[in-house]
Ligand binder design. Structure first.
Ligand code: ZN
Length: 302
């Protein structure tokens, strides 16, 4: 039986109550179990699964399946169950946008159903370090395929491309492009109206993050749909080119604010004591960690 895309998605809707969004500087920390989550089709055969943690992207086509990021074990089970309701196929491709626990802790749940598991070449070592610190080594599943700068593979009629633009949120972030659907999964390279985590111990760079955001918009058409890893509560996790460029401007404003503070002789403790990055009061969360990371980047030796 051949299902149309609409029928395919119509059979997939799962609604299981309300879900709790949890993200912070300790993404692997236990959080309340999700009670609602659902698969939302976006365009072509690509959709998203929100649940809890970093947004999961999914390609669900009659001729191929792919999953981008896996959240936590509990939500991964729900997402995999939802996917199995839509298709009996083996999952061709599992991709991790980066190593953080709220994007990889469900890897082991998906792995038995997956043919190939891909991430940037820096991800397995970063994930291992994180797992050692969290004493969660036994729950990890690591990418079996890695790449340096670009990687691409056809999954059915869709072409999925990964590109590494250099250090930004970590030093292993992939931008994942579904070429035919014209959808890009940004992982945590895109926080929508939330103060972002800048993981300096994992090699993050705000300066290159600014360059990256502009480069990504130049590499994709004007009407590309971008999937953000995280968004302010009650805002969508799908954004536009203009939103990426606004996020670039946020970082430029952040560096300018911190640089000004340094130039006027203020300490980091004084500089971080501010309600928000000036001009970005609508951003959710406490900006302290982000501002501290900017201070450290601007004052780093060598
Ligand atoms: Zn992250």
């Amino acid at each position: 039986m051949k299902l149309s895309r609409r029928e395919l998605f119509a059979t997939s809707s799962v609604a299981l109550g309300t879900f709790s969004y949890a993200f912070g500087q300790t993404p692997a920390a236990p959080a309340p179990p999700p009670t609602e989550t659902s698969f939302d089709p976006l365009r072509g055969s690509v959709g998203i699964f929100t649940g809890r943690g970093g947004t999961i992207g999914m390609l669900v086509a009659p001729d191929g399946l792919a999953v981008v990021d896996t959240q936590f074990a509990d939500t991964a089970k729900i997402a995999l169950g939802s996917l199995k309701q839509m298709s009996a196929r083996q999952i061709n491709l599992l991709i991790n946008t980066h190593h953080h626990g709220d994007h990889t802790s469900g890897n082991a749940v998906f792995r038995p159903a997956v043919t190939k598991h891909v991430a940037h070449r820096n991800v397995p070592a970063l994930q291992k370090t994180q797992a050692t610190a969290a004493k969660s080594e036994a729950q990890q599943a690591y990418a079996d395929t890695t790449y340096d700068t670009t990687w691409s593979e056809k999954v059915g009629a869709e072409t999925i491309s990964l590109k590494y633009y250099g250090p930004a949120h970590t030093s292993g972030d992939s931008v994942v492009t579904f070429q035919n659907a014209n959808i890009v999964h940004m992982g945590d390279l895109m926080f929508y109206q939330r103060h972002p985590r800048v993981d300096r111990p994992s090699g993050a760079s705000i300066k290159n993050w600014i360059v990256l955001l502009e480069a990504v918009t130049k590499d994709h058409p004007a009407d590309t749909i971008y999937i953000a890893g995280h968004a302010k509560v009650n805002l969508p996790v799908t954004v536009t080119r203009a939103d990426l460029l606004k996020f670039r401007d946020y970082f430029s404003g952040l560096l300018a604010y911190v640089q000004k503070g340094i130039a006027s002789g203020r300490s980091s403790a004084e500089i971080v004591k501010v309600a928000s990055v000036p001009g970005f009061a609508d951003y959710e969360g406490n900006p302290e960690g982000t501002i501290q990371a900017a201070y450290e980047e601007l004052t780093a030796k060598g």
